[in-house]
Write a protein that binds this ligand. Structure first.
Ligand code: MOS
Length: 717
C-alpha cells in the first residue's frame, strides 16, 4: 500500500509551490545570455514599466553571502550565488529578479530585461579547447575520492590471453522532475518560512541562515512532498536567497517557480563522462584484472567529485583493479547527483565491456557473470554483508526464459520480421546510511506519530515507515502519522544516495523499542496503544538518535548543523552494496530501425523489502530511466550558447506510451549486518545496469556495438 495515495490523487497533498499565502507576490528570473563573461550593465527600465511590477533587483552584494558547495562543507548545489558580482560563469546564470502582483506580469517584466556583456571564450565539452583537466585525487585530497589501486592490473592485463580495451561516452542529462524547482517564502515576524520541494530541508535551513546572516532557529522549512527529486533538489537552490531578501523588503510572501528551460541551468545535472575500460581474462572468461579510467565534467567554480569506480571495482572477483578519475572543468553551472549519478554511466560502460568479453570467449553472458561472482570485496578484502547478485541472475534468467536465447547476434526474429535482441547486465549501488533522529508519540486515540529524518519524493518513504510501525505494533497503517521533510519536527538530513529507508527505518525501529518500554508493554507482539496510553495517563513520547555501523556520535553534531552525516559503503567489518540483474528484450524494426523495448525482467537484492508496492514501483521507475538513458536522453550543447534542448519537447524522457512490460522480483533476504531492520537501498540500484542491458540487447539484435549513448535509430540504420 501507499499511505499517501488518497491524498495525492485527491489533490490534497500540497507541494511547495502549491501554497497560497495571503498577499502573495510572484517572482521571475532573467538569465544571462552569454556563455561566460563580465556583465557591464543591466537595463531594467522596460521591466519596471510593466503594470503590476513591484520591484526589480539585480544585485544582492552585502545582503547575501555565498551558500557554499554542498560537497565542500556548504549547503548549495554550487558555491556561486548569482547577482552578487559581475562575473557570468555560465549561460543561464540569473542576472535579475522581478517581483510583481501576478506571475504573468513578473514573467513579462523578466523577459523585458536586457543586458550588455563583455563576453569571454568558454568551454562546454570534455574535449573543448579551454576545458581544464584535473586529477581528482590531487585536486580533492580526500581518501574516499582517491584512485583505487589493488594489485598490478597493467601487468595482469598485458599477460592475459583475452583483452578488452574500449572507450565509452555518456552525455550530460537533466533530471527534469515533474515538479519544477521553486517554492513560496514568507516572513512571520523574524521567522522565515520556506515551502519548497527539497530532499534536504536541513541544507535549505542552515544554508539560508548562512546566506542571510540570521540564526537557523529563525528558519522553518517544510517539504512534505516532492514531485520528484532525483538529486536536482538535494541541496539549497539559488533562487531562495534572493526571494527571502525581497520578501522581507516587500513585507509580503513571495512565490517563484522556474520555467522548465530555466531548470536546465539553475539546478544540477548529470555531467558528461567518458570511460576507458580495460579487462584481462583467461580463455574461460574469468576476469583477472580490470582498469576503469573516467573523465567527468565539472564546473569552473566547483569540483563535483566523481565516484564511478567505487561500484565497478566491486562488481566481480578480480584480483587486480585500478580506478582513476579526472575532473574536467567547463563553463557550466555545477553538475551534481542525478539518480544513480555515477553508477548508471559507469555500468553502461563496464557491463558492455563484460558483454564484449563474453562474446570474445564464446561464453553465455549470464554464465560468464556467474563464474566471476565473489563473496569478498576485491578492493578492501572485507566480506560483503550480503551479495545475492548470483541469485538475481539465476532467477532473472528463469523468469525471462533466457535459455531460449540463440547466442548468435542477428539470429532472432519476431513475427513481423523485426530483429530481436536479448541482453543482460548487472548493477550495484553503495550501501550508505546517515545518522538520524526519530521522535515517536503514542496518543490516547491509539494513533502513533513518527517524526524522522527523511523526505517523501514519491519513492514511498512515508509508506515504508508507516508499514514498519504498523507491523511492529500490530496496528493499522492508517493509525500511523508520518512527519518527514519538516524542520519544525526534527532534523531533516538529506535524503539521497538510496539511504532513505536504511536510515529512517533503523531509527524508527529503535524508537519503537524505547516506546514499548515507556508504554510498559512487551518488546514484541501486538500492542493496544490506546489502552497502554490510558494506563500511562498521558501521551507517551520518545526521541532516539540512530547511527550507522561504525559511525561515532560526533556525526550527530553534523546532523544538527545541516551538514552531511553519511557512512558507507565500507564499514569496520564489512562492505555493503545493493545488487540487481536486468534482462531486456529489444526489437529493431527493419525498415525504420526504430528500437522498442517490449519486456524487461529485473531482480533486485535490496535486503528485506520494506514496502513491496512502492519497492516494485521504484524498480520500474529505475528501469524506465535506464531505457531512457539508453535510447533517448541527452542534453545537447551548442558551442556558441550552451544547453540547447531545454524543454520536454526537445529533451525526450520516456513516457507511458514508450513503456511496456517490466516484471520486477526481489531476493528479499534481510541484511542484519547492515542494520537491525535488514534493509538496503533500492531507489538507485534499480537503474544501474539497465542502460547496459539495453545496449547489449541492441548488439545481440543487430550485431553492432554502440559505445556512446543514447543509441538512436540513426545510429542503428
Ligand atoms: Mo540522489 S541522485 O543521490 O539525490
Amino acid at each position: 500500500m501507499r499511505v499517501d495515495a488518497y491524498d495525492k490523487v485527491a489533490g490534497k497533498a500540497l507541494y511547495g509551490a502549491d501554497r497560497v499565502r495571503p498577499g502573495m507576490a510572484f517572482a521571475a528570473l532573467a538569465l544571462a545570455k552569454v556563455g561566460r563573461g563580465r556583465l557591464s550593465s543591466v537595463d531594467t527600465s522596460a521591466a519596471l514599466a510593466v503594470p503590476g511590477v513591484l520591484l526589480v533587483e539585480t544585485r544582492f552584494d552585502g545582503e547575501l553571502a555565498g551558500p557554499g558547495f554542498v560537497m565542500a562543507g556548504g549547503f548549495g548545489f554550487q558555491s556561486l550565488q548569482p547577482m552578487t558580482g559581475d562575473h557570468i560563469a555560465y549561460r543561464g546564470q540569473p542576472i535579475a529578479i522581478v517581483v510583481a502582483e501576478t506571475p504573468v506580469a513578473a514573467t513579462e517584466a523578466a523577459e523585458a530585461i536586457t543586458a550588455e556583456y563583455e563576453p569571454e571564450p568558454f568551454a562546454l565539452h570534455l574535449d573543448s579547447e579551454g576545458a581544464t583537466t584535473l586529477v581528482q585525487e590531487e585536486a580533492i585530497p580526500l581518501p574516499f575520492l582517491a584512485d583505487i589501486k589493488v594489485g598490478d592490473p597493467d601487468a595482469v592485463i598485458a599477460g592475459s590471453p583475452v583483452q578488452i580495451d574500449n572507450v565509452y561516452e555518456h552525455p550530460p542529462q537533466h533530471a527534469v522532475p515533474m515538479e519544477l524547482n521553486g517554492g513560496v517564502v514568507e516572513w512571520q515576524g523574524d521567522t522565515l518560512i520556506v515551502h519548497e520541494g527539497t530532499q534536504n530541508a536541513n541544507a535549505v535551513r542552515y544554508g539560508l541562515a548562512q546566506q542571510l546572516g540570521i540564526d537557523a532557529g529563525n528558519i522553518e522549512v517544510r517539504s512534505p512532498y516532492l514531485g520528484g527529486g532525483f538529486g536536482q533538489k538535494n541541496s539549497l537552490l539559488l533562487h531562495l536567497g534572493p526571494m527571502a531578501v525581497l520578501s522581507r523588503r516587500l513585507g509580503r510572501p513571495v512565490k517563484l517557480v522556474l520555467a522548465r528551460p530555466q531548470t536546465f541551468q539553475n539546478g544540477s545535472f548529470r555531467p558528461a563522462s567518458k570511460h576507458r575500460i580495460r579487462l584481462g581474462a583467461d580463455e574461460s572468461g574469468r576476469i583477472l584484472a580490470a582498469i576503469h579510467e573516467v573523465d567527468q565534467q565539472t564546473s569552473r567554480h566547483d569540483l563535483f567529485p566523481a565516484m564511478h569506480t567505487e561500484v565497478t571495482g566491486r562488481l566481480y572477483g578480480f584480483s587486480a583493479f585500478r580506478g582513476r578519475q579526472r575532473l574536467v572543468q567547463t563553463d557550466v553551472q555545477t553538475p551534481g547527483y542525478m539518480r544513480a549519478p555515477f553508477e548508471s554511466p559507469s555500468m553502461f560502460a563496464f557491463e558492455q565491456a563484460v558483454d564484449e568479453l563474453a562474446l570474445a570467449v564464446g561464453r553465455d553472458p549470464v554464465e560468464l557473470r556467474l563464474a566471476n561472482d565473489t563473496d569478498t570485496d576485491p578492493i578492501t578484502g572485507l566480506p560483503f554483508s550480503s551479495r545475492h547478485v548470483g541469485d538475481c541472475l539465476r532467477r532473472g534468467a528463469e523468469l525471462f526464459g533466457w535459455s531460449g536465447r540463440n547466442p548468435e547476434p542477428r539470429s532472432m526474429r519476431a513475427e513481423d520480421g523485426s530483429l530481436v535482441g536479448w541482453g543482460v547486465a548487472i548493477g550495484n549501488y553503495p550501501g550508505n546510511v546517515a545518522a538520524a533522529m526519530a521522535t515517536l508519540t503514542a496518543d490516547a486515540d491509539g494513533r502513533v506519530t513518527v517524526s524522522v529524518d527523511g523526505h517523501e519524493m514519491g519513492q514511498g518513504i512515508r509508506s515504508s515507515i508507516a508499514l514498519h510501525v504498523a507491523q511492529d505494533l500490530g496496528i493499522p497503517a492508517t493509525d500511523v502519522v508520518v512527519q518527514v521533510g519538516d524542520t519544525t519536527v526534527g532534523t531533516q538530513h538529506l535524503t539521497a544516495g538510496s539511504w532513505g529507508t536504511a536510515t529512517a527505518l533503523p531509527a524508527v525501529h529503535s524508537g519503537l523499542r524505547e516506546l514499548r518500554k515507556l508504554l510498559n508493554v512487551a518488546d514484541t507482539g501486538d500492542v493496544d496503544v490506546a489502552a497502554a496510553v490510558a494506563i500511562a495517563g498521558h501521551p507517551v513520547r520518545v526521541t532516539v538518535d540512530s547511527l550507522g555501523p561504525g559511525q561515532s556520535r560526533d556525526v550527530l553534531a553534523q546532523l544538527r548543523s545541516g551538514h552531511l552525516a553519511i557512512a558507507g559503503p565500507v564499514f569496520p567489518g564489512f562492505v555493503t552494496f545493493s545488487w540487481i540483474a536486468h534482462f531486456v528484450e529489444v526489437r529493431v524494426e527493419l525498415g525504420t530501425c526504430r528500437i522498442r523495448v517490449p519486456r524487461v525482467v529485473s531482480v533486485a537484492d535490496c535486503g528485506r523489502v520494506a514496502s513491496p508496492v512502492t519497492a516494485t514501483s521504484q524498480v520500474r521507475g529505475g528501469v524506465i530511466w535506464g531505457i531512457g538513458a539508453a535510447l533517448r536522453e541527452e542534453t545537447l550543447t551548442d558551442d556558441r550558447f550552451g544547453f540547447l534542448n531545454t524543454t520536454l519537447e526537445e529533451y525526450p524522457v520516456m513516457v507511458n506510451a514508450d513503456v511496456h512490460r517490466i516484471d520486477v522480483d526481489f531476493i528479499d533476504k534481510p541484511d542484519y549486518q547492515f542494520n537491525p531492520v535488514g534493509v538496503k537501498g533500492l531507489g538507485e540500484v534499480s537503474m544501474v545496469g539497465a542502460a547496459a542491458a539495453v545496449a547489449n540487447a541492441v548488439h545481440h539484435a543487430t550485431g553492432r556495438r554502440h559505445h556512446r549513448l543514447p543509441i538512436r535509430l540513426e545510429h542503428v540504420l
